[in-house]
Write a protein that binds this ligand. Structure first.
Ligand code: GTP
Ligand code: MG
Length: 149
């Protein structure tokens, strides 16, 4: 089963949107495999966004995710990587569909409330940045037979 790394950024936590956003992934049918509240330090922030090193938004984005606690999560399910990205909406909330998470709760690219892995490789990399292997749990969840054949 596929896994993705999702992070509720500081603005989501500060604005009291965490429960609302987590609830969307629960209701979709995905399974929570790991979750922690943490404050990201400089090394982890730079590692997380290293593909953007050298771009004008690198430093502001690093500072943004270090600015206050975040909620790091691993979610599991069929096609969860691409489906979670669809649920999140476009990177710039100004272009995100109105029913998406960013479209519903944000308006500016510098405060886009959620991060989600964009491929299997980045999911594996990001999960291992934020979690020890034993923190990512495998368990049976009630009702799985009602989600797919
Ligand atoms: P993530 O899920 O956070 O990785 O977003 P993404 O994959 O939709 O976008 P991308 O990886 O291209 O950019 C990473 C993050 O950098 C974005 O989520 C924004 O927080 C920030 N970012 C990207 N482009 C801009 C920009 O033009 N201006 C500002 N201020 N921030 C940007
Ligand atoms: Mg990205």
């Amino acid at each position: 089963m596929e896994r993705t790394f999702l992070m509720l950024k500081p603005d989501a936590v500060q604005r009291g949107l965490s429960g609302e956003i987590i609830s969307r992934f629960e209701k979709k049918g995905f399974k929570l495999a790991a979750l922690k509240l943490l404050q990201v330090g400089r090394n982890l922030a730079e590692e997380h966004y290293k593909e953007h090193k050298g771009k004008v938004f690198f430093e502001p984005t690093v500072r943004y995710i270090m600015s206050s606690p975040v909620i790091a999560m691993v979610w599991e399910g069929k096609n969860v990587i691409s489906l979670a990205r669809e649920m999140m909406g476009a990177t710039n909330p100004a272009n995100a569909g109105p029913g998406s998470i960013r479209g519903s709760y944000a308006m500016d690219i510098s405060r886009n409330i959620i991060h989600g892995s964009d491929s299997v490789e980045s999911a594996e990399r990001e999960i291992s940045l934020y979690f020890h292997p034993e923190e990512v749990l495998t368990y049976k969840k009630a009702g799985e037979e009602w989600l797919s054949e």
